[in-house]
Ligand binder design. Sequence first.
Ligand SMILES: Nc1ncnc2c1ncn2[C@@H]1O[C@H](COP(=O)(O)OP(=O)(O)OP(=O)(O)O)[C@@H](O)[C@H]1O
Ligand SMILES: [Mg+2]
Length: 382
Amino acid sequence: MVRETVFQGGSGSGDEPPRRPPGGSPPGGPPPGSPPPGQPFNPDDDQFDEALRPKHLEQVIGQAKVVERIQVMLDATRKRGDTLGHLLLDGPPGIGKTTLATVIPRELGVELQIAAGPALSAPKDLLPYLTNASPGSVLFIDEIHRLPAAVEEFLYPAMEDFRIDIALGDGLNARTINMQLKPFTVIGATTRAGMLTAPMRDRFVYREHLDFYEVEDLVEIIRRNAVKLRTTITDTAAFEIARRSQGTPRKANNLLLRTRDVATLRDDKGEITTEVAAEALEMLEIDTFGLERQDRRYLETLMDIFGGGPAGLQAIAHSMSVPPDTLEDDIEPFLLRSGLIQRTPRGRVATDAAYRHVGRTPPRTPGNADDSDDEPPQKKLF
Ligand SMILES: Nc1ncnc2c1ncn2[C@@H]1O[C@H](COP(=O)(O)OP(=O)(O)OP(=O)(O)O)[C@@H](O)[C@H]1O
Ligand SMILES: [Mg+2]
């Protein structure tokens, strides 16, 4: 089933995102993607995500090396009048995979179809996408690591030779029909590159890993999005939000929205000041590191129930009553990257820094030779 309508990219009238709210912006008014006057954003609506999403490569902030390589891919493809090679984007949630996957076809002026890996349960589900693909178009497959094996195998010849083999009938009447497809590009996105099978991974000519963002890049994203949301924010407030966004633009956007709510209530001009940001962050229980309640619960579970580890993912998930996938996708990447936990062959381990962060003294164990624990524990979370 086609989850999202195909849109025409390029510089013509089809240059709009698929779900942009109706109505244009006045000249000199807010940037494209803002809601029409009088129509507020509803954070529960994914229109919000769409409206803040960069539409062109030049609007994509940060990830300089990745963007530079994508620009080269696009320029070379355009110059040759070719079809872009298949591209795999991997990285933690909210980091810009869908953004890049939608920007690329728009830059190339080709059509885009969007499919979700888990929704493609059998080869027949993929068939309409493949037969609908116009020459040079992009098929974006989100969560590509969750494609069932049969669908993956069906996709291989489509990606390699733009051909599919359809089996008809069975027993003595069984036969296979070969169908030629138009050349097209698969852009796959995954939060778990490691879960992709080797044959699937090998079919991508280009592979790009998106990493957490620098605070300065998040500050820039927050500033630009504040303009789109028609709100004002001070530099220090933008910095405070940015440094507590776990290096993730989606979190920065969400915090911007939540602080904007507080600003509406607390500040005459509705400006997001440092005080407003501090109040909102405290209300949301986001600490100086950017950890949310659930992140701290993870650390405390690891320390209290498993003595700091090593503990297996399943066991931690069970203790927290949270699906293991949620821990692995949403919580662990930032804790790992911040050095608060380690993944060892025997399981997850809380580091000394984690103990200090939640205001505890690190236990002295043979493997815990760091002597710097005379440093007072950080009790203050805000
Ligand atoms: N490089 C960027 N510059 C500006 N804004 C960005 C950038 N990357 C992401 N964003 C913002 O963050 C939001 C979330 O990004 P996106 O949907 O692309 O993440 P994702 O990697 O696809 O996440 P998921 O794995 O959950 O699907 C976007 O709507 C956009 O507003
Ligand atoms: Mg996405």
